[in-house]
Ligand binder design. Structure first.
Ligand code: SF4
Length: 254
């Protein structure tokens, strides 16, 4: 280390404040009595400089991600999501205890928690923490959308908690591992009419239909013009398949 560096004041890493309450309710889920836990969508740069991938298997979905738009980008909301992520990364045991304690409140008995309004299971350790929480809180029901197919194959599907439901959502790097004949799957369609035309089942009336209603599940795309233009009338599944084929052609020897 140079003498100048020795004399320089130590760099202070800013730590986001830990949230007092971990679960929140957005306006849509509040109507259904669902609580949710959120991480930043896709990736985040924390105030201390760390870059963290929060949706490791995201694919084309990242190009039309509802959670990288609108209120999700407001500074207060973004800071809260960063604080959630930093807590999970820096003190997963403490976060697990706090989440389990919060879920012991009578308001959650018999209710639903959506894991990840945005974000996904960023590591096996983090997924294992959620599985422990589900085990500790059998009176609470949990659900999620996820693109982490291989993580679920390995750590969830062999012995799934009874109070956990999930749906694999298309538009990720692991779409090719999905089999709609076996897996519960969801795809984002340009609109409601396209869902019905394909014979899929819309979850538009209630987010819980994604895990409780008939499958396969269709999700109408959000009305965000620049995302609609990118999606170009395709479903995320079709879009990802096109992207996978394009990459395969680029990798193939000439
Ligand atoms: S996995 Fe979900 S939250 Fe993450 S980038 Fe894709 S759509 Fe957004």
């Amino acid at each position: 280390m140079s003498p100048a560096a020795l004399l320089a004041p130590p760099v202070r890493r800013r730590r986001p404040r830990r949230p007092e309450r971990l679960l929140t309710q957005n306006s849509e889920l509040r109507e259904e009595g669902v609580w949710n836990w959120t991480l930043p969508a896709l990736a985040a740069r924390l105030p201390d400089g760390r870059n963290v991938l929060t949706c490791p298997s995201a694919g084309v979905c990242a190009l039309a991600c509802y959670a990288r738009n609108g209120t999700y980008t407001w500074p207060g909301v973004r800071d809260r999501h960063h604080a959630n992520l930093a807590y999970v990364l820096d003190d997963l045991a403490g976060w697990t205890r706090q989440m389990a304690a919060e879920l012991a409140h009578p308001r959650h008995a018999g209710g639903w928690v959506r894991i990840h309004d945005s974000g996904d299971f960023l590591s096996a350790r983090y997924l294992a923490a959620w599985l422990r929480i589900m085990h500790f809180r059998p009176a609470v029901r949990f659900y999620c959308y996820t693109k982490e197919v291989s993580l679920f194959r390995r750590y969830v599907q062999p012995a799934p908690p009874r109070n956990f439901r999930w749906v694999f959502s298309y538009g990720g790097k692991e779409d090719h591992l999905l089999d709609p004949a076996v897996d519960r799957v969801a795809d984002v369609y340009p609109d409601e009419a396209a869902i019905l035309a394909d014979g899929w089942n819309s979850q538009d009336a209630s987010d819980l239909l994604a895990v409780l209603g008939p499958a396969p599940v269709g999700i109408p795309a959000n009305n965000i013009p620049r995302f609609r233009r990118r999606q170009a009338g395709r479903t995320f599944r079709q879009w990802q398949a096109e992207e996978d084929a394009r990459r395969a052609r680029r990798r193939a020897p000439a």
